[in-house]
Write a protein that binds this ligand. Structure first.
Ligand SMILES: Cc1ncc(COP(=O)(O)O)c(C=O)c1O
Length: 592
């Protein structure tokens, strides 16, 4: 009886405490990548969590592991992977999906070295095609060439080896030489002994808009932060592809291996979509001209579901014109947008989060691999779950190939019912996302109107998806420090921590030099401030940017008009804050 009373009291206390949660369901919440989820996803999650299935293995989740395989196939088909060649699974989120991408990319990169050693021991003569199209004997390749085989060619070696000796013999020979077994320290020593030169440490190229998870990942994998190379962005916050090519040329001349190039499809801060098609062309040029190649991973954790916009009612890929017709939006999406998003089908791996633009409850990220063979390079078999040999399909034992262990089958059920109810094309899920893009573009336009006077909004370009970034300027402000102070104060007024129930909530970020120079230049031009003194005085501190994420499915409605309400709330906050700006910046100067 006592326990029941405690349960009741504590439960009521919990419900009451939960009232202080972020009101992400509200159209006035525009801070982060949070929103109302779909009814389908919530209903499936509720129903399934009562069974508490653990999607590590079909032994403990016979139903939801199958649903997870189906979800991965749906996502693979949405981006254009061949579902028979591809493989994917759900993760706890984008960080782990990105981690798996680099974990696998690195193992694929070093696989030819293990394969060459195994082939030599077994007395097998294998041939392999190089990125420039020539076909060579594996045993004749030097270390640089071995580290520059196309991912698919590296995996072909695996198949060729299987044909030469019993599986157990090949596995043992590869294991003894693999980075996974030896670890970096012993591996480098052995490379030095075998090739007389270990080559400089390999790097990971990432768009400067890359999520901070990449920093965690290179540290966790022992690659090291120094090896994470940020590529500058242009005025649209897209990876600068000229800079990418120049970087590849320099790295190639120094024989620095490129483990992966990470392109961002829907950046965390701006929802910017890199020109994935151009990045693929640059890799093709690097293969042809320099004999250099690398794994391309698309971090589409935020923007991946936007690929549903490119699919028609029969899931066929559509042109920009057809999409505009289907959505009834005359000027969006532009041709380049469609080319970039459609090009996801050619990258080697993709991460896409159902718990972001998939409108599914946490935790639900997804990792997709174009060539399923690569997963074998990270496979681990525990003794107490179904052995690999018993695995007739993907659903029996996902735990074998993934980094995480126990994970919720409810997340798979939620994504599954969601995809079934709102199919991944522009008549359903894609239409929902497109409506948030329309709302975001309307907000972008309204911020450009003279009604904001005496304030003026300096906007980043109209977003590729639905995150609108801008800052407010005022004629009385003399320096970037004062402008930053005003915008920081506006953010504080409308921040998740300060806003009261029913108020508008936004977030903020900073554009810092040198990574964001391409995007900062037009902002400084629009501000009319002295650009030279900016770089000298504020480059590292950067420019404070207000950020609004328009994810709510009702953002596009005109009753109530959330976008007009948001502009009004920002203007009111600015009017309150401007009075204190001089005082604030004097105080911060005094502190400094
Ligand atoms: C582009 C991008 N990649 C990765 C992540 C990490 O995702 P998660 O928080 O689900 O681990 C995020 C999160 O916002 C993101 O925006």
């Amino acid at each position: 009886m006592v326990r029941i009373e405690e349960l009741k009291n504590n439960f009521l206390q919990l419900l009451s405490r939960l009232h202080a949660s972020v009101p992400a369901f509200s159209g006035r919440y525009t801070a982060h990548m949070l929103s109302e989820q779909t009814i389908a996803a919530q209903a499936a999650y509720f129903a399934t969590m009562l069974y508490n299935p653990n999607n590590i293995s079909s032994e403990v989740a016979p139903v939801t592991t199958v649903l997870e395989v189906e979800v991965a196939k749906q996502l693979a088909e949405m981006i254009g992977y061949d579902p028979h060649r591809a493989w994917g699974h759900l993760t706890s989120g984008g960080t782990i999906a990105n981690f798996e991408a680099l974990w696998i990319a690195r193992n694929v990169l070093y696989h030819p070295i293990a394969a060459a050693g195994a082939a030599k021991d077994l007395g097998v003569d294998l041939r392999v095609s190089l990125p420039n199209g020539s076909c060579e004997r594996l045993r004749d390749l030097d270390l640089w060439q071995l580290l520059n085989l196309r991912p698919a060619c590296a995996l072909d070696l695996w198949d060729q080896l299987w044909a030469c000796a019993p599986r157990s013999v090949i596995e043992k020979a590869l294991r003894e030489r693999s980075l996974a077994t030896l670890g970096y320290q012993d591996y480098s020593r052995r490379l030095g002994a075998a090739f007389g030169d270990t080559l400089p440490a390999g790097v990971v190229l990432v768009s400067a808009t890359g999520h901070y998870s990449w920093e965690k990942i290179v540290r966790a994998l022992g690659i090291g932060s120094n090896q994470l190379v940020l590529l500058p962005v242009d005025e649209n916050c897209h990876m600068n592809t000229v800079a990418l090519w120049e970087k590849i040329v320099v790295l190639s001349a120094r024989h620095v291996p490129i483990m992966a190039c990470v392109t961002v499809c829907g950046s965390t801060e701006e929802s910017a979509i890199d020109r994935v098609d151009e990045i693929l062309s640059i890799r093709a040029m690097a293969e042809r001209k320099l004999g250099v190649t690398f794994h391309i991973h698309a971090d589409a954790c935020y923007g991946g579901y936007a690929a549903s916009i490119t699919r028609g009612a029969a899931n066929e890929r559509q042109t920009a014109k057809e999409i505009r017709g289907a959505l009834g939006v005359p000027h969006w999406p532009p041709e380049e947008w469609v080319r970039s998003v459609s090009a996801l089908e050619h990258v080697d791996s993709v991460s896409i989060d159902p718990h972001k633009l998939g409108y599914t409850p946490y935790p639900a990220g997804a990792f997709l691999l174009k060539d399923r063979r690569a997963r074998e390079l990270v496979a681990v078999d525990p003794p107490y779950l179904a052995p690999a040999a018993d695995d007739p399909g993907d659903s029996v034992f996902p735990g074998r190939f993934i980094f995480e262990g126990s994970k919720p089958g409810a997340a798979a059920a939620a994504a599954w019912l969601n995809h079934g109810t709102l199919p991944l094309n522009n008549t359903a899920h894609g239409k929902l996302i497109a409506s948030t893009v329309t709302a975001a573009h309307r907000l972008h336009e309204e911020l450009g109107q003279p009604e904001l006077s005496p304030f003026k909004a300096i906007r980043l370009p109209a977003p590729d998806i639905n995150i609108v970034c801008f800052l407010l300027d005022h004629p009385s402000l003399a320096s970037v420090a004062e402008i930053n102070s005003l915008n920081e104060s506006i953010f504080k007024e409308l921040s998740p921590a300060r806003a009261k129930a029913g108020e508008y909530i936004i977030s903020r970020t900073r554009l810092t030099s040198p990574a964001y120079d391409g995007a900062i230049r037009p902002v400084l031009n629009a501000l009319g401030r002295d650009a030279k003194s900016f770089w000298a005085e504020y480059g590292a501190e950067g420019i404070v940017i207000l950020r609004t994420t328009i994810m709510n499915p009702f953002a596009d409605s005109e009753q109530p008009d959330y976008m007009a309400g948001l502009v009004a709330a920002i203007c009111e906050a600015a009017a309150r804050c401007i009075k204190n700006v001089g005082a604030n910046s004097e105080a911060s100067l005094a502190e400094a």
